[in-house]
Design a protein around this ligand. Structure first.
Ligand code: SF4
Length: 265
């Protein structure tokens, strides 16, 4: 999908068209918001943060950081969450962790609350934007960056899922932050922190190096997940507990941009 086509849609639908921006406070979603404001500042835009209940809290919460970056563009952040469970509660009740094949954390704690928000909007055409990039992982490179969402395109409402920065590289995203003077959340290793991603405090897709770094820098989150593993008798990573992972040599850990792609960046 290109800029001219979105502008043509806006010309056709006017105020019936709105953008919904999925904002995690991460580098890609902030970069995406900048792109959208640069090209579509005349389209009604809602910026939505989905709180899984296991988001970074120090030295600044991911939510507050997202709120500040959203305010940089003159917009307000709307926070949504699943009213029935947090990430840790979900794992405890199911007795197992999500996996790449059953990614219930993303669907129940992020996608569904955002869909619920979209259903409250009066606009008949909604473009639901996420900061997913093809370069993040092999599976993401195969995704379609523009696709109608049949699940919520109902009752006179058309919803399109769009990945506006799908073709940007990690370096382009980081260069944009530097050139524009836009801060990165302090947990990022690019900003002096210890993680390549701003995801849940211990994401199911964390690399061994991430888990070791979390053990050193966010022991509270590490212990919450490690103790959960013991209580439910199920490990986040197949066949090895968090404590077993931190005892391993991590020199062979992937140096690729991403090991796998969680739902935030
Ligand atoms: S960041 Fe990771 S653990 Fe959290 S919801 Fe997304 S995939 Fe699941």
């Amino acid at each position: 999908m290109d800029i001219a086509t979105i502008k043509a849609m806006h010309a056709e639908h006017g105020k019936d068209l709105a953008l919904v921006v999925n904002m995690s406070g991460g580098k890609d979603s902030v970069r995406m918001l900048a792109f959208l404001r640069e090209h579509f500042s005349d389209i009604t835009t809602y910026v939505v943060y989905a709180d899984t209940g296991f988001e970074h809290v120090r030295p600044i919460s991911a939510e507050e950081f997202a709120r500040q970056r959203t305010a940089d563009f003159g917009l307000e952040l709307v926070t949504v969450r699943n009213p029935n469970k947090t990430y840790l509660e979900m794992v405890e009740r199911r007795g197992k962790f999500p996996s790449s094949s059953t990614r219930q954390c993303t669907s129940d704690l992020k996608r569904d609350p955002i869909h619920k928000f979209i259903r409250t909007l009066a606009h008949s055409v909604i473009i639901n934007c996420t900061g997913i990039r093809a370069a993040e992982s092999a599976s993401r490179s195969k995704q379609n960056p523009w696709k109608q969402d049949a699940r919520i395109s109902k009752a006179g409402r058309q919803v399109w899922n769009w990945m506006p920065i799908f073709h940007e590289s990690l370096q382009q995203v980081l260069d944009w932050h530097q050139a524009s003077g836009t801060a990165l959340h302090p947990v990022y290793s690019y900003a002096g922190g210890y993680l390549k991603r701003l995801s849940c405090r211990v994401c199911i897709f964390a690399t061994n190096a991430d888990i070791k770094a979390i053990y050193q820098h966010d022991r509270e989150a590490f212990d919450l997940v490690a103790s959960l593993e013991q209580r439910i008798g199920f490990t986040m990573r197949a066949g090895e507990s968090l404590f077993q992972i931190i005892g391993q040599d991590i020199a062979a850990d992937s140096q690729a941009e991403e090991f796998e792609a969680p739902c935030a960046a």
